[in-house]
Design a protein around this ligand. Structure first.
Ligand SMILES: [Fe+2]
Length: 215
């Protein structure tokens, strides 16, 4: 991923989403957490706010799903490594599945590696700003790659599969995925109904603080 692509992606596009959230967020909401903004902006007239908040969250998570290209890849050990082995067989098979899922996603979106309520490790793709953490049956992300053309056209042209393979080999942060996996499994054991999609009324919702990107 070249310097210019990252510069435009982070300093222009990501910033625009954050600025839009700040501009559209109703003053009287009193929330400053993106997850809360997304959950509460579920009415038709708030779709622009919700989309901008989703994209702000998704991009933050995307940056934390990467590591500097010259750093050694984190080992997939612990619960994350066990789940990869159980549901994919190997890191090579996970790579193949993520590249294929991302390649075949029609149009703009994201390819996610997530944990679902049964504690399986699954790959999901979403369109545009959508994020499986906010589906009725939640899937909690541990790693994500951006499939919007702005993330790869400058360096890879239309070859999305090449971008995805290079991203997995050179940039994906499995240490972060392993930490997110630990965090998600812990939260699931503490608040299982939230993850099963039993959201309750707005006022009663309890929001776990997660999955916060690894810093
Ligand atoms: Fe992006």
């Amino acid at each position: 991923m070249g310097r210019l692509a990252v510069d435009w992606h982070y300093n222009v596009l990501h910033r625009k989403y954050v600025d839009t959230v700040n501009k559209l967020l109703p003053q009287d909401w009193g929330v400053d957490d993106l997850i809360e903004v997304i959950e509460f902006a579920d009415e038709d007239e708030l779709v622009d706010l919700r989309d901008a908040a989703l994209q702000a969250w998704n991009h933050e998570f995307f940056w934390h799903s990467m590591r500097p290209a010259n750093e050694l890849v984190g080992t997939a050990d612990g619960p994350f490594g066990m789940l990869v082995k159980r549901y994919f067989g190997s890191m090579g098979a996970l790579r193949e599945a993520m590249v294929e899922a991302g390649r075949s996603q029609f149009g703009s979106g994201w390819v996610w590696l997530c944990i679902c309520s049964e504690q399986n490790l699954v790959i999901k793709t979403t369109s545009n700003a959508d994020n499986p953490m906010f589906w009725e049956e939640r899937k909690l992300p541990v790693l994500v790659c951006d499939l919007w053309e702005h993330s790869y056209y400058l360096d890879y042209g239309p070859d999305r599969a090449h971008y995805l393979g290079t991203w997995f080999d050179m940039l994906a942060n499995f240490e972060s995925a392993a930490q997110n996996t630990r965090r998600v499994l812990q939260m699931m054991s503490q608040n299982p109904t939230w993850y099963a999609g039993e959201h309750g009324q707005k006022e009663d919702r309890e929001h776990p603080q997660a999955p916060q990107p690894h810093r």
